[in-house]
Design a protein around this ligand. Structure first.
Ligand code: MN
Length: 252
């Protein structure tokens, strides 16, 4: 089995090293193509307005001066003569749950893989308040990653479908188990914008992550991870809101 690894935290991220460890338990044919720099929050963006550079760091290991989506595109269409059987994106530093996934470069890399007709899985490691600003151990992901992924290896995901996995902010030994659940949502999101002044006197703005509230009580990925479970959520790229089709058609 040929596995392509990518992420949005960058080629040197400890979470990618954790993912490589997990993937080596599944196969010997591991390729890595990841952003040269951190790309968290890049979403599904594609670099169109400047050239992208590709650096070979070692055999089957590449850094890309672009987004996670760029990485998957380059790997699948340029680097790899045979398409990968599986794309794993992560392990992201921080959870990708509920409404947040549309911002996620980690999940978007898996979306790009799904669009290319390749089984794709995004993996993220939640962390607690005590770990803010600190290096994560990825102990939960390391301890459970292979166990969660192995049953998926022979499964047909179907078209335009990917799987989003989140590990709770717990050491592997304290993880409660695996829960299959749907994508959750924030009850409301209060965007925090820090306004400040740079050394040359110009205002700048910095988006903060605090202040987003949710009630994790919707049988969702948010609830599972809060309760100490690993969430496994199938996602689809067809975003059509079916119930609106007839309503809109009636307007015209
Ligand atoms: Mn990230």
């Amino acid at each position: 089995m040929r596995i392509l690894l990518t992420n949005d935290d960058g080629i040197h991220a400890p979470g990618l090293a954790a993912l490589e460890e997990i993937a080596r338990g599944l196969s010997d044919d591991i390729w890595v193509c990841a952003p040269a720099e951190e790309q968290s929050g890049a979403g599904h963006s594609l670099t169109l307005h400047h050239p992208v550079r590709l650096r070979e760091l070692s055999a089957k290991r590449y850094a890309v001066t672009g987004t996670p989506t760029d990485c998957v595109m380059l790997a699948v269409n340029q680097l790899m003569e045979t398409k990968p059987d599986l794309i794993l994106s992560g392990v992201n530093r921080g959870q990708n749950l509920g409404d947040d996934i549309t911002y996620s470069g980690t999940v978007s890399a898996a979306m790009e893989g799904a669009l290319a007709g390749i089984r794709s899985v995004a993996l993220s490691q939640a962390y607690g308040r005590a770990e803010v600003g600190k290096e994560l151990s990825y102990d939960g992901a390391r301890g459970w990653g292979e166990k969660v992924l192995r049953p998926l290896l022979d499964m047909d995901f179907g078209e335009r479908t990917l799987i989003n996995i989140n590990f709770p902010a717990l050491p592997a030994a304290e993880v409660e188990g695996i829960r299959i659940c749907r994508q959750g949502f924030h009850d409301y999101a209060r965007v925090i914008v820090d306004k400040n002044t740079d050394p040359r006197g110009m205002d700048y703005y910095w988006f903060g992550l605090r202040g987003i509230a949710h009630t994790p009580s919707h049988k969702s990925d948010l609830e599972a991870v809060k309760e100490g479970y690993i969430s496994v959520t199938p996602l689809r790229l067809d975003l059509t809101q079916d119930t609106m089709l007839d309503k809109l058609a009636a307007l015209y």
